[in-house]
Ligand binder design. Structure first.
Ligand code: ADP
Ligand code: MG
Length: 400
C-alpha cells in the first residue's frame, strides 16, 4: 500500500469547466512588500497550468504570514498574484477578500481557463480555528477541491481540513502528490541501508524525529550544533560551542536507545572551530582537543570522510539540518560537501527542512537537481517522518 492509496490526484478528477479550488502554498518570504524568494510560487505552477489547460475555472487560495486580528498591513497576497501573473503570462483576478460578495463576484465571473487568487485566508481568524461555517463559505465557491500546499497540511486549518471534507470531489495537486510519494517511501519499506543525516540548531527541535528514526534507520549521522550536544553528553569539552546543557541526559538516553535498537550513531570526530560566529576563518581540531575559547561551527574533513562511506553505501537517505553554520562561508564546507555526496549517491535521496533545502540550493551546480526529492514543507516533512497522520492529507481520502 502506498501513502497515496485512497487519495485522488488532480489527474483523476473531472475539472473541465468546473470551478476548482486549489489550496496553494504562497507563504513566501517578503521584505518591504517585495518577494525575496518566489520558489513556492514556481513550485505550484505545474498544477495551476494543468488545471488551466484542462479548461478549469481556477480559484487559488493561500495564506501569508501570521496576521493579528484586524492587522493586515503588508500581508496581502497581491504581490504573489502579480508574480504569478508574470510567471503564467495570464491575468490573475484578485478579489479583496477570500469569502463574501467580493470573492463571489470574481469567482462566478470566471470563465474556463481563467484564474483568480483569493485574498489571504488568515485575514479571517476562522481559518486557523478550522471553523466549519467559514469552510462552508469557501466550499460554496467551487465544485472541486485540490490541495497542493504541502507546507500547510500538518495543520488542521479550515482551508486544508474542514473544507475538503465538505467537498465531494477532492484530491491532491501534482506537487503534493510528489511529496506524499517521496516521503511515503521513507516511512513504508525503505530500501536498506537507510541512513539519516541530522544536523541544525537544536536537539530539542527534533527529539520526536530522532526517536521515530531510531525505529526506521540503520544509521544516523549527526552534525551541526545538534552533534555538539551529543558530544558533550559523552563528557567531551567543546569550549564555547553551542550546546543545550539541559538536554545532555536526553542525548544520553537517545544514544542508549540507539544501541539497543542496533542503530549506528555516527558523531563528528573533528570540527571546524572559530572564535565567534562571525569569524572569517576556521581551524580544524579533533573533538577531544577543542580550545576552551572557541566554538565548533562545522564538521571537519575526517568526519566528512566517515560520513562519505555511509552515504555511498546507503540505498535510502533522509537529510534534515545543516552540518554547520553554513551562512558563514568559513563554515559552509561540511554542509555543501554532504549535499554533494548525496547528489552523487545512488540512493533514494530526500532533503527536508527549510534551512536544509536552502543550503542545497546554495551549494550550487546541479546538486539540487540531482536530489530525488527536496521537500517544500519544513514542519510537514518532519511530522511525516515522525509517522504522524497529517490532517490535510487525511482529509483528502475517500473522494467520490
Ligand atoms: P532546518 O530548517 O533545515 O530544519 P534547522 O532550523 O534545524 O534546519 O537548523 C539550521 C540552523 O542551524 C542554521 O541557521 C545553521 O547556521 C545552524 N547551525 C548548524 N550548525 C551549527 C553550529 N555548529 N553552531 C551554530 N549554529 C549551527
Ligand atoms: Mg530552520
Amino acid at each position: 500500500m502506498s501513502a497515496l492509496t485512497g487519495i485522488k490526484t488532480i489527474r483523476d478528477l473531472s475539472i473541465a469547466n468546473q470551478r476548482v479550488f486549489i489550496r496553494v502554498d504562497f507563504n513566501v518570504p517578503m521584505e518591504d512588500g517585495r518577494i525575496t524568494d518566489d520558489n513556492r510560487i514556481v513550485e505550484s505552477l505545474p498544477t495551476i497550468k494543468y488545471a488551466l489547460e484542462q479548461g478549469a475555472r481556477v480559484v487559488l487560495a493561500a495564506h501569508l504570514g501570521r496576521p493579528k486580528p484586524g492587522k493586515t498591513a503588508g500581508l496581502s497576497l497581491e504581490p504573489c498574484g502579480a508574480r504569478l501573473a508574470e510567471l503564467l503570462g495570464v491575468e490573475v483576478h484578485m478579489p479583496e477578500d477570500c469569502v463574501g460578495d467580493a470573492a463571489k463576484k470574481v469567482v462566478f465571473d470566471l470563465r474556463a481557463g481563467q484564474v483568480c487568487l483569493l485574498e489571504n485566508l488568515r485575514f479571517h481568524p476562522e481559518e486557523e480555528k478550522d471553523d466549519e461555517t467559514f469552510a462552508r463559505e469557501l466550499a460554496a465557491l467551487a465544485d472541486v477541491y485540490v490541495d497542493d500546499a504541502f507546507g500547510a497540511v500538518h495543520r488542521a486549518h479550515a482551508s486544508v481540513h474542514a473544507l475538503p471534507k465538505l467537498m465531494n470531489h477532492r484530491g491532491c495537486g501534482l506537487l503534493l502528490e510528489k511529496e506524499i510519494e517521496a516521503l511515503g517511501k521513507l516511512v513504508t519499506d525503505p530500501e536498506r541501508p537507510y541512513v539519516a543525516i541530522l544536523g541544525g540548531a537544536k536537539v530539542s527541535d527534533k527529539i520526536e524525529v530522532i526517536e521515530a528514526l531510531l525505529d526506521k534507520v540503520n544509521a544516523i549521522l549527526f552534525g551541526g550544533a545538534m552533534a555538539n550536544t551529543f558530544l558533550a553528553a559523552q563528557e567531551l569539552n567543546l569550549g564555547r560551542s553551542r550546546i543545550e546543557a539541559d538536554k545532555l541526559a536526553l542525548a544520553r538516553t537517545i544514544l542508549e536507545k540507539a544501541k539497543n535498537k542496533k542503530v549506528d550513531i555516527v558523531l563528528p570526530v573533528d570540527l571546524v572551530v572559530g572564535q565567534s560566529t562571525e569569524s572569517k576563518e576556521g581551524a580544524i581540531h579533533d573533538v577531544r582537543e577543542i580550545p576552551a575559547e572557541s566554538m565548533g561551527l562545522d564538521v571537519g574533513p575526517r568526519t566528512l570522510e566517515i560520513f562519505a562511506k555511509h552515504i555511498k553505501a546507503a540505498k535510502t537517505i533522509f537529510w534534515n539540518g545543516p552540518m554547520g553554520l553554513f551562512e558563514n562561508p568559513a563554515f559552509e564546507k561540511g554542509t555543501f560537501e554532504v549535499a554533494r555526496l548525496m547528489a552523487d549517491a545512488s540512493a533514494f535521496t530526500v532533503v527536508g527542512g527549510g534551512d536544509s533545502a536552502a543550503a542545497v540550493k546554495q551549494a550550487g551546480g546541479d546538486i539540487a537537481a540531482k536530489m530525488k526529492h527536496i521537500s517544500t514543507g519544513g514542519g510537514a516533512s518532519l511530522e511525516w517522518i515522525e509517522g504522524k497522520k497529517l490532517p490535510g492529507v487525511e482529509a483528502l481520502r475517500g473522494s467520490a
